[in-house]
Design a protein around this ligand. Sequence first.
Ligand code: AP5
Ligand code: ZN
Length: 216
Amino acid sequence: MRLVLVGPPGAGKGTQAEFVAAHLAVPKISTGDIFRSNVSQGTPLGVQAKRYMDAGELVPDEVTINMVRDRLAEPDASEGFLLDGFPRTTPQAAALDKLLVDLGTALDLVLELVVDDDEVIRRLSGRRTCRGCGKVWHVEFDAPSQEGRCDRCGAELFQRDDDKPETVATRLREYADKTAPLVDYYGAQGKLVGIDATGPVEDVTVRAIDALRSYS
Ligand code: AP5
Ligand code: ZN
């Protein structure tokens, strides 16, 4: 299955992507994770992306599209994938459609995680990420047993730089201006399914998997 997860920053795309990709046995491809890994390794791509990410702005389409094109060419994505955080603009969506046409295939479904701004702000302000294994926690909604330490691997947790309140405000504006139009784009293709992304993580996963079942 070829699936896209769309939703505002902090909607829980990364959290749900883990479960849904495992359920479908497809790779989870997160452009945010790929950019962050390039930033931490200091690659040319990372250096280029960092200033946009720090400001809460989108990395330019051309850079992002080339990166995804390379990733989708890897063998593990040939039978299916779950894209988390891409596409994020109408040109990115059009480029993805074209790329898949060239490969003789198409997207099956776009799952929209619907959650309001207040909940997003609560989720982002309490998010903590593990330095060791990358697992995402939340100080209130999914707290590790020992404060500041990952239960899975024991490493230290940190707060993402772009989760500062002023950067979150910019990310929400970027989402409203540039990404929200994708709801119409994919709605017009008949591929969009919206699910309520509030409530416990497990409940959202059940809604996501039910949505896939009814559309596959
Ligand atoms: P990216 O990493 O994609 O950031 P984002 O879309 O803002 O999404 P987040 O990772 O912040 O949130 P999420 O929806 O994955 O939520 P999570 O599961 O962590 O992108 C970062 C930057 O990279 C962008 O700003 C841009 O600069 C660049 N970039 C990336 N892709 C790009 C593209 N295509 N084009 C251009 N630039 C791009 O959950 C959040 C918190 O809530 C966690 O603490 C979690 O534990 C908690 N939580 C999750 N679900 C629940 C629940 N049901 N109840 C309570 N808490 C929950
Ligand atoms: Zn860990």
